[in-house]
Ligand binder design. Sequence first.
Ligand code: INI
Length: 156
Amino acid sequence: MPETIQGKLDGSGLKLGMVVSRFNDFLTSHLVDGAMDALIRHGVKDGNIKIIKVPGSFEIPYVAKKLAASKKYDAVICLGVIIRGDTLHYQYVSSEVAKGIAAISIETGVPVIHGVLTVENIEQGIERSGTKSGNRGWDAAINAIEMVNLYKQIKK
Ligand code: INI
């Protein structure tokens, strides 16, 4: 039988950084609420969570890199909402953020979780930040806990 390794969903003792975009704050604030709920309910102490706000999602990777490189956090959670508009701006912002987050995680070895919604319209944003399609902030927080524990378990 092959051995299967999966990260435990135990947040006790973990220190987490959260980078949150103020752009579309009426939605990102709900992603933060969802993430906090998931972290606290899985054993993370709120004193071990640092939230840093940035102007827009494009700025998230800059700060996520600083937090991950500081090695003070077990994982970094990135939260933002990018809504498609009439211009190509949406595409540039969303692809740079996704590439940036993946690169930071690979470079630093610290799990950096992509919790940035990319949606067609405000309604989709509402659906994914705590209404009928769940809360992507909650999901990102769970993924952060899982990945930290997975890295630890792989090292053993
Ligand atoms: N930033 C977002 O987080 N979401 C958006 O929907 C958005 N749109 O559509 O423009 C957005 N733009 C701002 C961008 O993230 C930067 O803050 C800005 O370009 C300055 O660098």
